[in-house]
Ligand binder design. Structure first.
Ligand SMILES: [Zn+2]
Length: 321
């Protein structure tokens, strides 16, 4: 295991190292896959490894040599990242032209010219056409990595000249373990909210979201055990993001229903809710789920959050008693 490579990317890292050892690394890689799963980290680790003078046994960069120090200080002359201005979403043709001019100059240190283009789908047509020229006639010692979660928005001509490196969404349990190792609370709920993207979940963790989820969890368990008052809960939850709270309830009910039909199903479902699910019948859970979906739809309009929550939570109580 290496520290700079995320656990779910280890097999892909091993593969790319084998390709490197055979001197078969292409001049252009297209890194595709869901946002928030670590394509950027992988590309940065590969760039660092290519530029490093004394890579470690696992082929990652040492972090200590002159090249690594330059890269970490942002002064490495053989490494470029686009867009240069992270505030700008679009990648202008001027940036791509500057890149091509820079690539034409050989590295003084004999290092490969290494480029990362984030959100490559944001190149406009002229920028893509300019880049295409260098993909058609690449310099011998160079690597361009294009990253995208939406490859369908890249011209086919660009895609066809890159070797695709597809990143799949990590297994839920793998992401969960990793988040727990980072000491993230409410990791399962954060993962559900970010559709299983662990790095997005990690970013969310530094917000107030985990606290809000923990409050929802406690309140919802209390309600289903009939130890919390629906009116009091509605008053508390009214202060939170209504859509998010309702969608959270929807997901819990869906998972509780799943746990009844698929024995052993517990993906992200809190232990208390697993236990409660065993005491409720499937039809009740589905009815509660449907009612919550209706509330999600209503909440998109101009509604009184407190009244909507009271109506929903009272409805739950009448169904489970
Ligand atoms: Zn190094």
């Amino acid at each position: 295991m290496t520290s700079s490579i995320l656990p779910w990317q280890q097999p892909l890292w091993q593969n790319i190292q084998q390709v490197r050892q055979r001197n078969r690394l292409p001049h252009a890689l297209l890194l595709t896959g869901h946002a928030g799963i670590g394509k950027a980290q992988f590309a940065a680790a590969l760039a660092a490894a290519l530029l490093c003078e004394k890579p470690l046994a696992d082929a990652t960069a040492c972090g200590q040599c002159t090249a690594c120090k330059q890269r970490l200080a942002g002064t490495m002359p053989d490494y470029r990242v686009l867009p240069s201005d992270t505030e700008k979403k679009l990648i202008p043709v001027s940036d791509v032209r500057a890149l091509i001019e820079w690539m034409a100059i050989r590295s003084d240190a004999g290092r490969p010219k290494t480029v990362i283009i984030h959100q490559a789908e944001n190149m406009n047509r002229s920028a893509a056409n300019a880049l295409l020229k260098i993909l058609e006639e690449p310099y011998s010692d160079s690597l361009i990595m294009l990253l995208t979660a939406a490859p369908q928005f890249l011209p086919v001509t660009i895609r066809s000249r890159c070797q695709n490196l597809a990143f799949s969404l990590p297994e839920f349990d793998t992401s969960l373990r990793w988040l727990e190792q980072q000491k993230i609370t409410a990791a399962a709920e954060l993962l559900q909210m970010t559709e299983g993207a662990p790095l997005h979940a990690l970013a969310f963790a530094s917000s107030r979201l985990p606290e809000e989820i923990a409050a929802l969890q406690t309140g919802f368990v209390g309600l289903l055990r009939q130890s919390s008052s629906p009116m009091q809960l509605a008053a508390e939850w009214e202060k939170q993001d209504l859509q998010r709270s309702l969608q959270w309830i929807c997901r819990q009910l869906a998972m509780m229903a799943c746990s009844q039909v698929a024995s052993g199903y517990k993906q992200g479902l809190h232990h208390d809710l697993q236990q409660i699910a065993k005491t409720l019948d499937y039809k009740t859970l589905i009815n509660m789920y449907d009612k919550t979906c209706d509330s999600v739809r209503l909440a998109r309009g101009n509604v009184n959050a407190r009244l909507l929550l009271e109506d929903l939570l009272l409805n739950f109580v009448t169904r489970i008693t």
